[in-house]
Design a protein around this ligand. Sequence first.
Ligand code: ASP
Length: 454
Amino acid sequence: MKVAKFGGSSVADAKQILKVVKIIKADPDRRIVVVSAPGKRFSRDIKVTDLLIALADAVIAGRPYEQELAVVVGRYAEIQRELGLDASIVGEIESDLRDRIARRSSNNAQFMDTIKASGEDNNAKIVAQVFVNQGIPARYVDPKEAGLLLSGDFGNAQVLPESFLSLKSLRDAQEIIIFPGFFGYTRQGEVATFPRGGSDITGAILAAAVEADVYENFTDVDSVFALDPRLVPDAPAINLLTFREMRELSYAGFGVFHDEAIVPAVRAKVPICIKNTNRPEAPGTMIVAERKYEQGEITGIASADGFSAIFLHKYMMNRELGFGRRLLQVLEDERLSFEHVPSGIDDMSVILRSAPLTPEKEEQVLTRIRTELQVDDVTIEHGLSLVMIVGEGMRYAVGVAARACAALADAGVNIEMINQGSSEISIMFGVKEIDRKHAVQALGHALLKIGKVH
Ligand code: ASP
């Protein structure tokens, strides 16, 4: 049995939805279909989820929102017309949205999730209708009815363990299940969403719950590439990689698969296959628990912008009991999660994502570090990128770090930070955002022998 998830561009319009139907028809093992909200049809198009965020923002700000609402409904109406579906479905979608707005709670984050989730919810209803019209027994399933329970971290929710048992019964369904991605419900019955791109997570949870043989993740590229093809156009495709490699690569910017979606699949040992809706015959990329690898082999190089670093210096830090705990307590109190903490005898740096670090929080954190930790120096730097070299074969290899550092030096890229050792299969560099592209190209050339260094 297979669980197949289709991303936003795979369900962006009628033409794409019909491809989904064809793909499901082609393999009777594809029993559960997870869908995103309609995504981009062309590069400057706007995803329905972004349209919904604009709608929720207008409502929260108390501005007139009819125009934002009309744009969302318009996207569905276009799909309905092109597919020749009964026009009543558009009216139902519009009243569903008005109803969500009318039931607005005082918690803005929760309200935002209720509106965002409608993107996948209404799209799943449309897709189910298309299947039925084509004579394929299929049924939309409400995540509430199926028991997909999430934590109450709105916009950033996590699955609650009891969900897996409830969702297991989907295995016995006679019809094809059409399940909306991206959201579930809290124990209190409120809608909560995963982080952006979270339909991948829904698919992984369902695949784990029903113990699928494979979790197929349909997107708009043939495979995962060893480097971002926007940075290195001749980047080679990766045919096979491990869960750990994929987790590290997607953490550092490989957008093709959500990094949090790996975890349920790993726990249930369900292999993942990344495939292209526009070219389903292409073999895609398989992600598995273990693979054979050669010593020194590098699977991919990933990179992501949007990080900040707090650098602290204090003589004898290494002798001060509880320093690290007190530092992290300050961050916890400000509800900031940290990504990495490279340290030396008198120094410690904390790498965090820049987005949640508002100017007010930054001020508060720096003041508390100065007064409560009595450091000799503390500075903060924004505009950092993380560049990760990932590969299982690196574990026993000698000289990868040396070659990487030499390549960055030759390219004139200043290394702000190196983190190697915590994970045996990756080496992480912190570089300035303006150097990211150059750094990736230089590493690709030196370690994978591809591309040119400019
Ligand atoms: N539609 C949501 C987003 O754009 C979730 C997803 O597509 O996976 O983030």
